[in-house]
Write a protein that binds this ligand. Structure first.
Ligand code: PLP
Length: 369
């Protein structure tokens, strides 16, 4: 039985977990405004700005939905909107396994293409699975950045494979990747790609973003079992008619979103990408000097490094001591299996090499490396 733990006073900690991540002060301040109605013109101004800026930042001509909720909402609704019967779910860690679980719960016929945790999904295996399927799959799903294992899957190549099967839609969970790891959405047959804003967008949690192709939008036309809340058509039609959301959004978070997205546009996607690459390179180098990287070589994430605890340090105690002494928080390995076997550093959003180095210095000090 969970007991009440009264909320109290807490020191600020710098976040290096795989999300939520650090949010800029001026973005946090943006949320402290008097409310306005979600059917006022002001809301149209806010939502259309947010949507169009997001399209520009992501460099896509596809439609964008910004919905109140977390990324998992689009895991569920993309299954409801696109999958009549069967789906091929590629799994290589916790979040891709969640996608399979979501689809099973919705009564879909789920085939999995499974990889050991730490390994990446291979396009040639997806091709083989599709070749043997007689075009039966309504969709193939893949997680771009497995935050549980620090693997970056080659979704561009996988998308090119799925594109050879026009009746099969390609759904990408890009939570913890988009905003720090560029993907050319429109060139690789990606029908649906979604993220949560508390990751590499560096915003407060509360909104999820989904980019939807024309084909995926049309696909839902045929369906009477599509999601209401996460229905692509409901959101996009409402946007077309009114420039607003179909139901009341988390207005404070959307105000923060507007502010942060302007900042992301100012920085530019190339520069943001480059900064994330530098952080990932730095962290990998540090990890290889003291430990090993957990993911299969060549598939390491650009936003979350999962480090194999080859020295057998006490991960939980190190996290605790770094938090106490340096007010910085990084993450243990995912779940009970990887909890002490690995640890994870989220280098995403507004961090840079200097701030990541501050963390690795702290770990070196505490763990006596
Ligand atoms: C790859 C991936 N997918 C999905 C999720 C779930 O996102 P949310 O908690 O925003 O629903 C996460 C969260 O960490 C994630 O890392």
């Amino acid at each position: 039985m969970t007991e009440k733990h009264e909320y109290g006073e807490y020191p600020d900690k710098t976040l290096y977990i795989p999300g939520p991540t650090e949010v800029r002060e001026e973005v946090i301040a943006e949320m402290a405004q008097p409310m306005f109605g979600h059917r006022m013109d002001r809301m149209t101004d806010l939502y259309t700005t947010v949507v169009e800026d997001t399209k520009e930042f992501l460099g896509t001509d596809n439609d964008v939905i910004v919905l109140t909720g977390s990324g998992t909402e689009f895991m569920e609704s993309s299954m409801l909107n696109l999958v009549d019967e069967s789906v091929l779910v590629t799994t290589c860690g916790s979040f891709s396994e969640r996608q399979a679980n979501v689809a099973e719960r919705l009564g879909k016929d789920v085939d999995t293409l499974e990889y050991e945790w730490g390994r990446a999904v291979k396009p040639e295996d997806v091709r083989e699975a599709l070749e043997g399927s007689d075009g039966e799959y309504d969709a193939v799903t893949c997680v771009m950045n497995e935050s549980s294992t620090g693997v970056r899957n080659p979704i561009e190549e996988i998308g090119d494979v799925v594109a050879d099967y026009p009746e099969t839609y390609f759904v990408v969970d890009a939570v913890s990747a988009l905003g720090g790891d560029y993907v050319d959405i429109d060139s690789h047959g990606i029908d649906v790609i979604f993220t949560s804003v508390q990751k590499a967008f560096a915003m407060p949690p509360g909104l999820a973003v989904c980019v939807v192709s024309d084909e995926a939008y049309e696909r839902e036309v045929d369906k009477d079992s599509a999601s209401w809340y996460g229905g692509f058509q409901r959101s996009l039609d409402y946007y077309d008619r009114k420039g607003q959301t179909h139901s009341t959004p988390a207005i404070p978070v959307m105000l923060a979103y507007r502010k942060q997205m302007k900042h992301m546009l100012d920085e530019g996607h190339d520069a943001r990408d480059e900064r994330h690459r530098e952080m990932a390179d730095y962290t990998r180098e540090w990890a290889r000097e003291h430990f090993e990287m957990f993911p299969e070589e060549g598939y390491e994430s650009r936003t979350v490094s999962c480090i194999e605890n080859t020295r057998g340090i006490d991960v939980a105690a190190t996290i605790e001591a770094v938090s106490e002494e340096y007010d910085m928080v990084f993450a243990n390995g995912y779940g009970s299996d990887l909890g002490e076997e690995t640890f994870r550093i989220g280098h995403m959003g507004e961090h840079d090499v200097e701030s990541v180095r501050a963390l690795t210095d702290a770990i070196e000090d505490v763990a006596d490396l």
